[in-house]
Design a binder for this molecule. Sequence first.
Ligand code: F6P
Length: 508
Amino acid sequence: MTEGPARERRRLLVASNRGPVGFRVADGGNLVSSRGGGGLVTALGGLARHHDLTWVCHALGDGDVEASRQAGDAAFDEMSRDGARYRLRFVGAPDATYELYYNTISNPLLWFLHHRLYGFGETPTIDRGTYAAWRAYEQVNRRVAEAIDAEATQMCASDAEDDDDPPVVIVHDYQLFLVPGMVRERQPDLFLQFFLHIPFPGFGAWRALPRPWCRQVCESLLACEIVGFQTRRDVSNFLRTCEQLLGAEVDYDSQRVRYLGATTQARAYPISVAVDEFRDHVQSPTVERYRDRIRAMRPEGGKLIVRVDRTDPSKNIVRGYRAYELLLHEHPELHGEVAMFCQLDPSRQDVPEYSRYLERIQATAERLNATFGTSTWTPLHVNLDSNFLAGVAGYCEYDVLYVNPVADGMNLVSKEGPLVNERDGVVVLSDQAGSFNELGPYVTAINPFDVAQQADALYAALTMDTEQRVARAQMLRQQVQVYDVRRWMDDQLDEIERITEGAPLPLQ
Ligand code: F6P
């Protein structure tokens, strides 16, 4: 990965629900840590080398609570993957309040709203229980805000004499929507940025929530200097919502909102992959072992379709299976010539909407194999566990990568796959994924709701001529290499600097 331009060392406070590292209490009572994967951890971990970084996150298990207790409920030193030191501060405990915050408000309510997963005829229903859960959401957000406040106060107290730039706070994602507003009340001088990883829906979707909650979310975001989104469409939905909901003054060209005397800049920063680190995974002997197993699923001389997803309703796995069923129904010549491998991570299973969806995924898969499978051919192989390296092995081996979310902030699968695939595989990609904006010209586009069109697209991808496959695979790889996760972070840091200096931002 290329180094970004040299910039001033800053004091950064990052906040997210899930932290970069988690702890568990091992049998002997010792604490064992495991580093989280994913682009965000890598991107932000890289910050530790160049800046004074403190990361605030919620304690998700007993090990995190114990680690925090041993540190006197204060921040403690941790090491990023590349050996740079940063401070980690756990907040709270996975108690009943957290449970309501995570399992009722964050997922499903906000997640479903942002991914347009509700059928408004019946869902959602906001009742007294939801109001109580919203108070829990406020409470958990307050825990995080208070920790940021404490850390920022400490940073400012230990200011070097020549250090007059205020600390920069970057809050991540919908679980922490209310944090910026709560921090601003306590810290008028901090530079606040928020980044939303998931889509920002149009105002119509927000209308499902009690109006005061929508106002709380938008007013909190407008306490920031910058609110970052994955795509221009999210930016424009945000601007319109601020205008319609709050009557804020919006300049659509410069993407700025003026509200209660303050100005907030909305920007699109499409997140990407940590290229070098991701490629390193391919060298692991574990990936090689999984690749052997996955290769055995591909019929001799035939093709393998791969999908890698959390079992989230937004990922549209059931419709994906239905499209594959239709393909096999309409193309008997493909029987015994094609197979599908799915690496599925069972996600958020304490939320009924998610556990029911997983049941439907399993029932549809069984039906498909019962209908088409033979003694010598299994059309669908499903690996249901949280196994990152098996997903990487699937990326290396696909002839077709199938990515059909009904809505997705970015979708890193569609970027990670082409980076390491070794078969000039074709990407079949939903036009509702944020990544479609960048990758659209080099993928086979699909409408995630249209099962018939997806079956046709899978057929086109399976039968695409070699020249076209090679050309597309090269372009996809290049696109991901050029705009990697370091660029994503650097762009944000550059613009923080420009705004601090009062310099204008380029039009997007
Ligand atoms: O990217 C969206 C996101 O919700 C992140 O905020 C989160 O860490 C990730 O997906 C996985 O979700 P969860 O933390 O609920 O398992």
